[in-house]
Design a binder for this molecule. Sequence first.
Ligand SMILES: *Cc1c(COP(=O)(O)O)cnc(C)c1O
Length: 448
Amino acid sequence: MPNSELINRDLSVLWHPCTQMKDHEWLPLVPIRKGEGVWLQDFDGNRYIDAISSWWVNLFGHANPRINHAIKQQLEELEHVILAGFSHRPVVELSERLVELTPPPLNRCFYSDNGSAAVEVALKMSYHYWRNQGQPGKTRFITLSQSYHGETLGTLGVGDVALYKDTYRPLLMEAITVESPDCFMRESGESWEDHSRRKFGLMEAALERHAEETAAVIVEPLVQCATGMRMYHPVYLELLREACERYGVHLIADEIAVGFGRTGTFFACEQAGITPDFLLLSKGLTGGYLPLAVTMTTDKVYQAFYDDYETLRAFLHSHSYTGNPLACRAALATLDIFRQDGVMKRNQRLARHMGRAVAHLEDHPHVGEVRQTGMIIAMEMVRDKASRTPFPWQERRGLRVYQHALGREALMRPLGNVVYFMPPYVITEAQISHLATVATEGIDLATR
Ligand SMILES: *Cc1c(COP(=O)(O)O)cnc(C)c1O
């Protein structure tokens, strides 16, 4: 069967995510037949390096033999069971492992099946905690500009991506938005640390003004991925942790994209030496295999709900597939690979290589910045380098890079004008070098 056959069948019955379907009149869909390691293969025999880990979920390659094996074994025992009133081995083992991997106060795991749901759970829990503590007036959330926390109505409310949000604004709760510490916007000569510290002044002011009505501050630690891999210094998180404590406001760390080694440490919060009140994980949690998410929190929060049934203080939130055993088993296999393979150390070497491989783009007349945090590297295309003036979004220059890369054995999916690599950790240095060549060609073509 050639690509074209599946494409035609697909386009007559599917509605794809994050897509203007009319684009597919001229932009071919890519049907994938098989995955192996970093490679994806289509039905016409073309192959592509998955430079974006299939939307940031894949850690150890497609069809990883060890994760495959674990899921097959689990399948023979138990595919799924209700998690209310019942339990099973994979979910207990995974929870023990996650509690062990996180700082001591985080010792409760609440499961759901996608990142947005994990965010919703944290928002509801935080508000509900304060209500149970006799502070029902804490109904608002503070978020950063350029943040992304998912696309359900609740999570759009605490996000700040105009493209996804504006249409639905009448339906959304209104968050308090504080300007992002995004270091692309730093003054010339200013360090990341100084910029992040300076920007924290705005957060301090918002907390001072709104603490009484605020349940929590929600942030993506170190990298705001969806809005173009916007990065900032860990000092911001340090200051934020201290301020949240001082003002009596929860800190929600959304590590859905940056957890599991992406930023160079296992969790991004480690670089600031902080512990949030809520830690959200998904995406890489199952190595990119199955939908699973967890909202981790502290005993202090847990205890505020623990009471006699009649007090109606319980957290009565649920999803049908909460804590699915197959997904938990995939997550355990993923954690085993981290434990057995010295992944974090190898990633340090790969990250250095990524940095070297695209360093020449710093001098490109239409690259405003090359920025990197661990295993995430981004190159921002700009119309004018000195003033960092962006290309108008209507020109869709990133799409040209995407199209060029497909013809050169690479899946890249720029975020607007931002080309980036966020590859599976099993990528080789040679494959990274190839991606760098393709990105350079693509940026040359797209900025002509
Ligand atoms: C992807 C993402 C989410 C949403 O996760 P989904 O599983 O796509 O709902 C939330 N927060 C961050 C930081 C993300 O990157």
